[in-house]
Ligand binder design. Structure first.
Ligand SMILES: Nc1nc2c(c(=O)[nH]1)N[C@@H](CN(C=O)c1ccc(C(=O)N[C@@H](CCC(=O)O)C(=O)O)cc1)CN2
Ligand SMILES: NCC(=O)N[C@@H]1O[C@H](COP(=O)([O-])[O-])[C@@H](O)[C@H]1O
Length: 219
């Protein structure tokens, strides 16, 4: 394993609480990484302020300035690849990415999704779990593929849904777990313990779990 920190680029769209958890891990030395840049598809979001406070380079590639997803993704890829990252982290990044883009970063792009995938791909996951009458909900860190929120899972964490939970109170429970498991997934990837192919073999029932596993967590 290399002694030099792994170069990471983080993509955001908003508040950046997951970004902050990863910044904190870089700064306290628990994550052997260097965040080379934080790139947002929206200007003036809090996540950009978090990066600037941490003296991390920032950029905005505003999707509204592009005629198509393909042209936006091409510009985003150019911005990312200036930094030659070993890992791209989607942290509250809210744009669906094209197959060409996800293929370019295959096996080295992670996302955090607020549900126990494969349940509730897409948006509004907390309300959907409440409306379905689920008693358990959670969060998944997964590799990003062309299939929206369909890539191999790496780590999951569970939370209980209480009868008085709303989408907001459930989101708050889930976010606590997000800030635990996302830095852990980044650490495992940096240590060479997280591989998309190995995880896919596990999901296909052809291998034991490589290192991703379900963290059963009391809410
Ligand atoms: N090809 C892929 N793209 C993305 C993935 C993925 O797995 N494959 N993960 C998502 C993250 N995500 C949920 O975790 C997600 C983000 C955005 C959307 C969505 O419907 N976006 C809309 C715009 C919504 C908005 O701007 O508020 C859109 O792009 O039209 C669904 C799921 C990141 N991309
Ligand atoms: N589909 C992606 C998605 O919904 N991501 C969600 O955005 C929230 C804000 O993240 P942030 O505080 O890190 O910006 C997080 O709860 C994350 O699960």
């Amino acid at each position: 394993m290399s002694n030099s920190p792994m170069r990471v680029v983080v993509l955001i769209s908003g508040s950046g609480t997951n970004l902050q958890a990863i910044i904190d891990g870089q700064q306290d030395g628990s994550l052997p990484i260097k965040i080379a840049a934080v790139i947002s598809n929206k200007p003036d979001v809090k996540g950009l302020q978090r990066a600037e406070t941490a003296n991390i380079a920032t950029a905005v590639v505003d999707h509204k300035q592009f005629e198509s997803r393909e042209s936006f993704d091409a510009a985003l890829q150019l911005e990312i690849d200036k930094h030659q990252p070993q890992l791209v982290v989607l942290a509250g990044f809210m744009r669906i990415l094209t197959p060409a883009f996800t293929a370019h970063y295959a096996g080295k792009m992670l996302n955090i999704h607020p549900s126990l995938l494969p349940k509730y791909q897409g948006l509004h996951t907390h309300q959907r779990a409440i409306d379905a009458g689920d008693s358990i909900h959670g969060v998944t860190v997964h590799f990003v593929t062309a299939e929206l929120d369909g890539g191999p899972a790496a780590i999951q964490a569970q939370v209980k849904i209480d009868s008085n939970d709303t989408a907001d109170t459930l989101a708050a429970k889930v976010q606590v777990q997000e800030h635990i498991i996302y830095p852990l997934a980044v650490k495992w990837f940096a240590e060479g313990r997280l591989h998309m192919q190995a995880n896919q073999a596990w999901l296909d029932g052809k291998a034991l779990p490589p290192c991703g596993h379900l963290l059963a967590v009391e809410s």
